[in-house]
Design a protein around this ligand. Sequence first.
Ligand code: 5GP
Ligand code: MG
Ligand code: MG
Length: 190
Amino acid sequence: PAAGPLGRDHGYGPDIDHVLLSEEQIQDKITELAGQIAQDYAGREVLLVGVLKGAVLFMSDFARALQLPTQMEFMAVSSYGSATSSSGVVRILKDLDRDIADKHVLVLEDIIDSGLTLSWLLKNLGSRRPASLEVCTLLRKPDAVKVDVPVRYIGFDIPNEFVVGYGLDYAERYRDLPYIATLKPEVYSS
Ligand code: 5GP
Ligand code: MG
Ligand code: MG
């Protein structure tokens, strides 16, 4: 099918307000992050922990870019709150399949907003005695800067807007977009 004005829009074109980060910008950043992380973890085996579902696309591209032996685990958590903000009350929907004691754990996150979800997650994972525990997030919003959550690797600082695409959803839609965009206001009211 012909690409729309936004490139490959998966048919979502009419809902999209503007593209914040293009496919190329995202992939270039992943190459850069993977290069830095390969240096920092040289000689070690990394256990990537992806937080479902938002980090799935990031995990997939990042694992391929990282020139180190890596293993992959996934965790699914739900933070109670509205569709567009979180409360910090977290429930595990799917736990890791195995023990992470003595492993070098790198948590991959799609986005940090209030930081409440991540702060809870780090406490939880930290109690399992990994050899090391660091976070790599593709996106960070301004509020996250205020909270005291140690995030070693950050892809992009973005403005305080609700974004979708590249794993991020609104009502479970738009995760499959290859870029990150905002939605037209009418999408939220319909
Ligand atoms: P936090 O606990 O840091 O406030 O929220 C983290 C979670 O909230 C993310 O993993 C994501 O599910 C959701 N979230 C925060 N900001 C956005 C956003 O701009 N777009 C989307 N789709 N989800 C967001
Ligand atoms: Mg997340
Ligand atoms: Mg969501």
